[in-house]
Design a protein around this ligand. Sequence first.
Ligand SMILES: *[C@@H]1O[C@H](CO)[C@@H](O)[C@H](O)[C@H]1NC(C)=O
Ligand SMILES: *[C@@H]1O[C@H](CO)[C@@H](O)[C@H](O)[C@H]1NC(C)=O
Ligand SMILES: *[C@@H]1O[C@H](CO)[C@@H](O)[C@H](O)[C@H]1NC(C)=O
Length: 449
Amino acid sequence: MVQLYVYLFLVCGVATVWCDTPANCTYESIKGTWTFSIGQGGGDNTINCSTEWKPVSEYTVTLYFPDLAVDENGVQGRWTLIYNQGFEVRINYMKFFAFSMFKQSGKTVTSMCSQTFPGWVHDDYEKNWACYTGQKQDADKTTLISRRLRYSSLIKYTMNEDYINKINKHQSSWKATLYKEYGQYTLKDMTRRAGGRKSAKAFPKVSPVTPEIQKVAERLPESFDWRNKDGINFVSPVRNQEACGSCYAFGSMALHEARLRIATNNTVQKVFSTQDIVSCSEYSQGCDGGFPYLIAGKYAQDFGLIEDSCFPYTAKDDKCISTSCERYYARDYYYIGGYYGACNEALMRIELVKNGPIAISFQVYSDFEHYKSGVYHHTGLVDSFNPWEITNHVVLIVGYGVEPSTKENYWIVKNSWGTEWGENGFFRIRRGVDECSIESMAVGTFPEL
Ligand SMILES: *[C@@H]1O[C@H](CO)[C@@H](O)[C@H](O)[C@H]1NC(C)=O
Ligand SMILES: *[C@@H]1O[C@H](CO)[C@@H](O)[C@H](O)[C@H]1NC(C)=O
Ligand SMILES: *[C@@H]1O[C@H](CO)[C@@H](O)[C@H](O)[C@H]1NC(C)=O
């Protein structure tokens, strides 16, 4: 049995920064007819699919682009790709999720998108868990090969005043500053903080806005902010992820915290444990990354979230500790637009106003690290002292507005780099132009009350 965590150790454990798993699978490589080989059912969410298990049944399902799934009896369901990492199928009162397969030899990683690692299946009532693996039928044997890059964990981040001055001279819509604390970080730390290096090309294009959606969006207020909705703040405090690639955990917890406040009219104000995610979730890769769909969504529904005080944050890949603390669950979770790749600015605003903040991913360039205030857009300027590869950072959109002097549309976004960073821990970024791919994928959840 191929064991995912062994690979993850090899790939992520040794001075490499490759966020999440190195699989790089597309809709093109996943759609088709799959056979799921399923182990003995009747388990619960403590099932361990990394141990030896034997398939006892098969289930065949065809996945059509973009979200229709049909099984061998014609039963219809839905599915979504999850970035380039794997896919979830919801069909026949069951939910299947597994990471896509990859292999590694030396510095070369090979994605094998027509197979999965052992994954989890359970029914819609969170009962009857089993392990399964997926194999695509008639899969062409083409595999995707990519080289991985190593950042030495020894190279220090170089404070570069010159770069800051350049950014501030180049444009006037936002201001850059040199954050002193960056001096303590290595290049690897900085990359991890910003979400880790990723196949940036896996950001989908923004989906076209239909006339119906356009009409709804036009009726929304010109500006909106969950920090001040009729004088009330529904957004939990800004936190600091430090030098661990846990942005996805912070963004996901921030999403739940805000949505729980909204659902209870601020009578339930929780801060959830990001360490529980980093240490215990098998749907993500600890300090090496993860995705809000799988954490704010699937993990919260399958395992529940605990309060931060129950398992406080250490910013390290510490061992999981089991606790008897109360758990808070997600009733449902979804990509805005219905599946990965169906997102756009209008849908995001509608979701934001109607249901609450949304977790999003965007591309971080080196200039963003130095954001202090204003409406950010990427300047294209390169920090010549600090080599930088685009990363994929997860944050929470809490509002939107229009800058009065420039008429520039922006999003208001909660970051997890502490309150000293940016505008009291928040930033504003251009809206409506898919700046840094910020409008390409967004996730919402509903808390179970
Ligand atoms: C699952 O089993 C593997 C192999 O026996 C073990 O190393 C791992 O710690 C187990 N995981 C959990 C969450 O118990
Ligand atoms: C991932 O796949 C896409 C589409 O095939 C490709 O453009 C991109 O370069 C790949 N990324 C990596 C890191 O291999
Ligand atoms: C929500 O809370 C606010 C402030 O405490 C209160 O004024 C308002 O009446 C509450 N709304 C509902 C629907 O309970």
